[in-house]
Design a binder for this molecule. Structure first.
Ligand SMILES: [Zn+2]
Length: 297
């Protein structure tokens, strides 16, 4: 449901200045950094894979990863993320956008030199059990940003993901264009979804992603008041047949956040396992590993 690059022109709220609107594209430019590519070794010193245990229900051995890679159609296993950072990086909204006291940071990447990127999955329309199995067997971490109107018919699927170690975060109640809403309407969408996720999953989301990547100052202030700490946007968007880059160099950079969706053949012409296979190929061939976003924010 989220827009594909480049974002269409914003219309904005009738009573609000268009200058208050922001675009993901500009944030990407502001957050762009250069990086070198190197290949990470698969095994840690003790011969076991590390860093992905939370999603797999236990450490995966290199042999288990190789078997899973072959089963799911990958030429080689995904690289393994390094241990989580001892101290989480300081986050800051890029200059030129809404930031200041009382506002949560809106980011498109994590400031880190670790060769890691983060997979985030939005909305919740498709509930694909094969995808859940594939992610677990390959030790793939991801974070879900759910919209209540898309998942309320099947909370059980997302409870299963949560039990497998994937965090469930806030993507509003009904997926509106927040910049067209009055503050109290935004509050109902954001805080209402905080309450529902807490009720259904037992944890109050720390992260909030505005639908379409569109937000204003009110959004970031209201999200903080509802208990959110960070608004992650994205640097790339994944589909079953391609990865769309928002930078001209068409490369993944350390700390990049990848957006995709709980979509299926009806929306995409491909499955979520097709999407994950493509993401893992692109991430691995560029010397990156998928890491848990919650370990860094
Ligand atoms: Zn969305």
């Amino acid at each position: 449901m989220d827009r594909i690059s480049p974002p269409p022109a914003k219309q904005g709220k009738p009573r609000r200045s268009p200058s208050r609107l922001v675009t993901v594209l500009l944030l990407i430019v502001a957050g762009a950094v250069c990086s070198t590519i190197d290949l990470r070794t698969l095994e840690s010193e003790d011969g076991r894979s590390g860093g992905l245990a939370a999603n797999a229900g236990g450490l995966l051995t290199p042999q288990q990863l190789s078997v899973a890679a072959a089963k799911w159609g990958l030429d080689r296993p995904p690289l393994v993320a390094p241990p989580r950072p001892a101290v989480k990086p300081a986050l800051e909204t890029p200059s030129g956008f809404f930031r200041g006291p009382g506002l949560i940071p809106a980011i498109t990447r994590i400031p880190t030199t670790d060769k890691v990127v983060f997979l985030t999955i939005d909305d919740g329309t498709e509930k694909d059990p094969q995808f859940a199995s594939m992610a677990s067997e390959l030790g793939v971490p991801f974070s879900a940003f759910v919209t209540d109107s898309a998942i309320r018919g099947d909370y059980a699927y997302f409870r299963d993901l949560h039990a497998r170690g994937h965090a469930i975060h806030n993507h509003t109640l009904t997926h509106p264009q927040l910049t067209r809403l009055e503050p109290e309407e935004q509050r109902a969408e954001i805080c209402g979804q905080q309450d529902i996720v807490q009720r259904e999953f037992g944890t109050r989301p720390a992260l909030f992603r505005p639908p379409f990547g569109e937000f204003d100052r009110d959004t970031l202030e209201i999200a903080r008041e509802c208990g959110v700490r960070v608004a992650p946007l994205w640097s790339e968007e994944a589909f079953p047949n391609r990865l769309e880059y928002r930078r001209a160099d068409r490369k993944l950079h350390p700390g990049d956040i990848i957006l995709t969706h709980f979509n299926g053949p009806r929306q995409w012409g491909g499955t979520m396992t097709d999407m994950l296979r493509l993401v893992l190929r692109k991430v691995t061939e560029q010397g990156m590993a998928l890491a848990r976003l919650e370990d860094y924010v």
